[in-house]
Design a protein around this ligand. Structure first.
Ligand code: SF4
Length: 362
């Protein structure tokens, strides 16, 4: 099989844990990073010798990839030495807004052509509550420097439904993000995950209720739409056709390989992942089988994340009458757009996508 593959590389280190974060990352230590880097290069070499498929997207995420510093150049060289990276490959690096200017330069030198910057909010007070190490000024300066270096594909993260948030604070956050003029915006509804700093003080957080959260989401969809951003996936908006080519692979069921602790892969019909275990990865990197990919349930779940939706004729030889009935009801309720065999979610439907998918499946 010669279909191109997406490649994800995980850099599982952070200098400080953000209060809401449950991504897998360890506290940064220069020596541990250097040992990890060696193990990572070993795995890249191993996979490069096993899979003979071109790479059309690279995504270096974390954690905090900027902790790599100049080594990102060596990492990119290692990827190119071991895989055939296509000339027009999308190459994204996640960047913390408090990253140094030098890192942006190194990322450029490594061949990165897309940055994903964790801006999150347009309020310094909120950033402190979230436990972020950057300020809004850092975010603005990082975007400006990235533009000066020639990056013309920048994605900014925006979090909504934050503690003490309201329609006014959200408007301010959106205006701040828009003032930075990104090509792409990824938005996340804050979820209080177990074992995060927020989960430990859950009772003291003044969080919006479900109705307010829904209002914030719908307001954001409207505001970004009116500013020229295409809402192409539940949490993602783009302009100038600058959708995330890498992430789209996840949603349309294309193959990708993830390397690093907690990184997931989907390859030749199989899903597997590396455990959330940095030491284990350094000592003896092994993946764990996670089932077959491409089932109907998965096709529906992933496909409905996209505004382009799902072609049900690719799932059912004949759409069962009870599904048609449910689609009709969901359409009348304003959650689904349907022109059978095609269905997709409206903005309101995207907000409760899990319930809709369960409704359609059972
Ligand atoms: S949100 Fe990002 S920077 Fe913050 S702890 Fe999680 S991975 Fe690290």
């Amino acid at each position: 099989m010669t279909n191109p593959l997406g490649l994800y590389i995980h850099i599982p280190f952070c200098e400080k844990k953000c209060n809401y974060c449950d991504f897998y990352s360890a506290f940064y230590n220069k020596d541990t990073l250097s040992v990890y880097f060696k193990a990572l290069k070993g795995e890249i070499k191993k996979w490069g010798g096993t899979i003979h498929r071109p790479i059309d997207t690279i995504y270096i995420g974390g954690g905090t990839p900027s902790l790599l510093g100049e080594s990102i150049i060596t990492l990119a060289e290692c990827i190119r030495e071991n895989f055939c990276v296509l000339d027009d490959a999308e190459f994204t690096v996640e960047v913390n807004p408090s990253s140094s200017d030098n890192f942006l330069r190194y990322a450029k030198q490594a061949g990165a052509n897309r940055l994903s910057i964790g801006v999150q909010s347009g309020s310094d007070e909120t950033l402190k509550v979230l436990g972020r190490t950057h300020t809004t000024l850092d975010a603005a300066v990082t975007v400006k420097k990235a533009r000066e270096l020639g990056f013309d594909n920048i994605s900014l993260d925006l979090m909504i439904a934050l503690p003490d948030s309201s329609a006014d604070t959200l408007r301010n956050d959106i205006n701040f993000i828009l003032s930075l003029n990104p090509e792409h915006i990824s938005s996340y509804i804050l979820k209080i995950e177990q074992n995060t700093a927020f989960s430990k003080k859950y009772d003291t957080l003044n969080l919006p209720d479900d109705d307010d959260t829904a209002e914030q989401y719908l307001y954001m969809c409207k505001a970004l739409g009116e500013s020229g951003y295409n809402h192409y996936e539940i949490s993602n908006f783009s302009r100038d056709c600058k959708q995330s080519r890498h992430n789209i692979k996840y949603w349309i069921g294309e193959d990708y390989l993830g390397i690093g602790p907690a990184a997931h892969s989907c390859l030749d019909g199989k899903r597997f992942y590396y455990p959330r275990d940095l030491r284990g990865f350094i000592k003896n990197p092994q993946t764990v089988y996670d089932g077959e990919s491409g089932g109907n349930e998965e096709k529906l779940m992933l496909g409905l994340r996209l505004s382009s939706g799902v072609d049900l004729s690719k799932i059912y030889d004949e759409i069962p009458p009870n599904i048609i009935e449910k689609i009709d009801l969901l359409k009348k309720a304003g959650y689904i757009k349907a022109d059978l065999p095609y269905i997709s979610l409206t903005d309101s439907g995207m907000l409760i996508s899990n319930s809709i998918i369960s409704e359609l499946l059972w």
